[in-house]
Design a binder for this molecule. Structure first.
Ligand SMILES: NC(=O)c1ccc[n+]([C@@H]2O[C@H](COP(=O)([O-])OP(=O)(O)OC[C@H]3O[C@@H](n4cnc5c(N)ncnc54)[C@H](O)[C@@H]3O)[C@@H](O)[C@H]2O)c1
Ligand SMILES: O=C(O)C[C@H](O)C(=O)O
Length: 494
């Protein structure tokens, strides 16, 4: 088990947050089936053993009871895999207790996958069959051959999104390939259904070649109302998205870029309401000029942020840095015309906002002291943020991160279901910067003035108002942009 025992006093001599016990999580929960002898105190000893090992018991279910003992399933959460082992060992060490089986609940949940297809029509009688399938279906096919614009109305195309990956940049796990990417893509599709009633399907491609990816998505596009690119490495993702947008008559959205940018801008708007600063006046530093960083910078600039510096492996990205090319050089040109150079702590000097979309633990917390008063700090790298969000609170007025166990969780799920709900409802043929900005503003506005505070700058992912507000804003914006939506035909015969 990993426990952080780092110093209790900061570089500024301030007392640091006291060391925390292990933070247990359902993602490392296990169910241990064991038999215990007839001692009435055995259940209490089992719970105590798990607690003493730092775990949290969430359920004890009796599976079988006999005069001489019990079979029970003990479900408990751990901090990580090694911690689970420690808890199991603590149970094995108990006299009168025999561990029979240990199940990892996260793996159990994945058995057989997380999705299925369900029919929306009854198929109970011959009449049902002759309408839903042959011969009746042929009449619908012929109608669509004559009026292709009706495919959205008469098939699942109108409510279906392809979640497309090449497995090259999966979460923070890197290039793990298309098969290993499936659980994330299935999860994304499940979120589409849960939050926006959209039927999304995971498409994991066995190629990382840009031309092949573009051509494959082009070929499958007729069956989908939108394309959600997912976990495709930068800078390849920029070219794939641009080429698909050019070719397809359905919206193409790269969630790691634009979903993140929408939520980051929404969170920033509200953080600035808390610290009473204006978007146009703040200096922003973004760590990480990859997929998320590039899109965040673009959206911040579109929203009116005046000063942005990007820091990456080469230091502060500067247009006169000969090591830079392609997307990073372009980013440097758009953000740092003065050619400022240096490392992250220097970039933060006099900054009002730090946004991290790079990698875990790349910033000593003390460097945040270089920032202006009432600083806003979003270390968003997953699963480990750039700087400990809890310790960052000593230096910043508002802190948000990607973590679900802390306040102000910034996650794309606040954006992508609503974005696609709005696009599909409006029969959008493309997605524009105006729609991204509208989505961010709508998401920010979900947090009312009487709710806003440093620990609540962004709604919970379970707040239904978030998806609804984003969907309405995107659909409205799409309907107002000339040429952004498909024609709607009104044939009363069906
Ligand atoms: N919280 C959220 O909602 C959210 C959303 C998107 C991305 N993220 C996180 O942001 C991070 C980046 O995601 P991405 O999709 O942009 O990845 P990416 O690979 O496209 O970009 C990462 C960038 O960070 C830079 N980088 C990585 N390690 C670095 C280091 N040690 N020092 C300096 N620069 C470094 C890389 O050079 C690259 O330019 C990941 O940790 C991801 O989990 C979080
Ligand atoms: O996709 C997410 O939900 C998380 C984020 O994009 C990440 O890469 O960490």
């Amino acid at each position: 088990m990993s426990t952080d025992t780092s110093a209790n006093v900061t570089a500024l001599g301030e007392p640091a947050t006291p060391p925390r016990g292990p933070v247990t999580s359902a993602s490392y929960s296990i169910t241990v089936r064991l038999t215990a002898d007839g001692d009435p105190a055995s259940i209490g000893r089992i719970a105590t053993a798990v607690g003493s090992a730092g775990g949290a018991v969430t359920a004890i279910d009796v599976v079988d009871s006999r005069p001489d003992g019990l079979t029970v399933d003990v479900t408990c959460s751990a901090a990580d895999a090694a911690h689970s082992e420690e808890m199991v060992q603590a149970l094995r060490d108990l006299p009168g207790v025999k561990v029979r089986k240990v199940s990892d609940r996260t793996f159990l949940l994945h058995l057989g996958g997380k999705l299925e297809i369900a029919s929306r029509v009854p198929l109970k009688t011959r009449d049902d069959l002759s309408m839903a399938y042959t011969p009746g279906v042929a009449r619908v096919c012929m109608a669509l051959a004559e009026h292709p614009e009706d495919v959205r109305r008469l098939t699942i195309k109108g409510n279906t999104v392809a979640v497309v990956t090449d497995g090259s940049a999966v979460l923070g796990l890197g290039n793990i390939g298309p098969g290993a990417a499936m659980p994330v893509m299935e999860g994304k599709a499940a979120l589409f259904k849960r939050f926006a009633d959209i039927d999304a399907w995971p498409i994991c491609l066995d190629t990382q070649d840009v031309d092949e990816i573009v051509r494959t998505v082009e070929l499958i596009a007729p069956g989908f109302g939108g394309i959600n690119l997912e976990d495709i490495a930068a800078p390849r993702c920029f070219e794939i998205e641009a080429r698909l947008r050019e070719k397809l008559d359905i919206p193409v959205f790269h969630d790691d870029q634009h979903g993140t940018a929408i939520v980051a801008l929404a969170a920033l708007r509200n953080a600035l309401r808390v610290v009473d600063k204006e978007l146009g006046e703040v200096k922003v530093v973004v760590a990480g000029g990859g997929a998320a960083g590039t899109a965040i910078v673009s959206l911040l600039l579109e929203a009116g942020v005046g000063s942005v510096l990007v820091w990456d492996r080469e230091g502060i990205l500067s247009p006169d840095d000969e090591r830079l090319s392609g997307a990073k050089l372009e980013l440097a040109r758009r953000t740092n015309p003065a050619g400022e150079r240096g490392e992250l702590p220097q970039a933060l000097t006099g900054a009002d906002v730090f946004i991290g979309v790079s990698a875990g633990n790349i910033l000593p917390v003390e460097a945040l002291a270089n920032m202006n008063e009432r600083a806003v700090v979003f270390p968003m790298a997953n699963p480990t943020p750039e700087v400990d969000p809890v310790r960052a609170r000593q230096y910043a007025a508002v802190v948000a991160s990607g973590r679900s166990d802390l306040p102000n969780q910034i996650n794309n799920v606040l954006a992508f279901p609503g974005v696609f709900r709005g696009l599909l409802d409006a029969r959008a043929t493309e997605i524009s910067t105006g729609m991204l900005l509208a989505a961010a503003d709508a998401l920010a506005a979900v947090v009312r003035d009487d709710q806003l505070n440093a620990n609540y700058i962004i709604p919970s992912v379970f707040d239904p108002a978030a998806t609804e507000a984003v969907a309405h804003a995107v659909a409205d914006q799409a309907r107002h942009e000339p040429g952004a939506t498909a024609e709607v035909t009104d044939r009363t015969s069906f």
